[in-house]
Design a binder for this molecule. Sequence first.
Ligand code: NAD
Length: 483
Amino acid sequence: MKIAVAKGDGIGPEIMDAVLSIFDAAKVPLEYEFVDMGKWVFDKGFNNGMTPEAKATIEKLGILFKGPMETPKGKGVKSINVTARKTWNTYANKRTFQTLYGVDTVFSKAGIPIDITIVRENIEDTYGGVEHLLTHDVALSRRFITRPGSLQVIRYAFEMAKKKQARRITCGHKANIMKLTDGLFLECFYEVAKEYPELKADDVIVDDLCMKLVTRPDNFDVVVLTNLQGDIVSDLCAGLVGGLGFAPSANIGDHICIFEAVHGTAPDIAGKNIANPTALLLSGFALLQHVGLLDTASMIENALLYTLESGVHTGDFGSKETPSLNTTAFAQAIISNFGKKPAHNPKPAMVDMPTTCTVINLDKNPMLESAEGAQERIVGVDFFLESNLQPEEIAQKSLRHGGVKFKLVNISNRGTQVWPTGSKFTNLVNQYNVRFEGIDETPLNQQDIIGLYVSMTGNFKIASLELLNQWGEKKGFSQAQGQ
Ligand code: NAD
């Protein structure tokens, strides 16, 4: 079987070489097709960080084993890692965090075992990276949470929890504040939970979840979250088990899967052959399990656990009393322990992944659409406009545009109502949301909205607008604070 391999940037080539040397020593029956991906490929003028040949190879083979890739902060190219996950719809990011004997943490010293799997939604949320400067002072990011996208990842999490015989599956969210976006994710969670009555399913608000994870991590088993919250919580969990050097990840889709470490390119130690290859090796085990090489995966994993237990370590962890090994020597130590069993938690040949993905040729993009509910109707519009006037002045100018179809309902600034009621203590920025709704039950259409838009542009620069949709009694828009 062939898989695609991209060594990546920074420490990527060093840790990938170490892991592949371990695979070769274990006679893993995989062939590797090395592909060109990473910052160095961007620098050669390929905007998505990969050559067309690399893209074609990965789409043909269906499995990519990759090292970390560099992304400039705040400016420049989009993350190649995020682009790859999104382009190939690897909707579930599975990250496993387990106590490793030989890797001392406050919890291992206190005898509290950790075995947490975070399933992070991998495509949506603010990672769409759809951002605009609405005024010179106001930046806006669009946060996409969709029903089909949420159902895909949540169903994967339940299926995995079932295979793993998990004690509990928890949804982390912020649905108390983001009632439509996180609210939709939570609704999907309990919808899927009904199909798995044998699993204990519950939810925790994400800030409370963080507090509970750092006090009693052993109370958690599988946790599913939206993209950004999942990203933050999984790094927190990496800290619980000894740091990023021990955090593997699998990006699961229906047709393409990507296996990589959670950590980045570690530019501060790149090129020194001192990086810890454990996280990439653990990601490699997930890959081996995924392709059905269960015995090989558990043999190498037992050798790794034995090595860690015996106090062998790289410079980023372990006792300061014993000298650390470099990346290559650490890999050799694991190879020399092939066939040995650790005293703690030896790995049986088992798999906790739901199913392997199937490689197919697609002739068109799959459309994910859930069944339509009640009839959708337009009941109003939010205009996001630039102004440094006071709320009352905005209201007076806006009121004259409503005509016979629209009434001005409210004006808010950064989500807080400032008209018809508000407080003089609310600080303002030069970007308002002016909301109009239909005067009566007469349905509105897009032409009505355009008419109002054109009229409003007589007084204001409008940066964007959002239709206010309603399905039956269900409103598809949030209220302002204080409304
Ligand atoms: P980082 O994970 O690269 O490094 C954070 C710290 O952890 C550094 O001190 C580093 O030396 C240490 N570290 C990380 N991996 C290690 C390992 N295997 N062994 C020993 N120490 C290790 O995070 P960063 O510095 O914020 O990011 C650097 C670059 O990596 C950025 O361009 C970022 O965008 C990219 N990145 C890529 C991925 C990915 O490819 N999936 C993930 C995260 C960050």
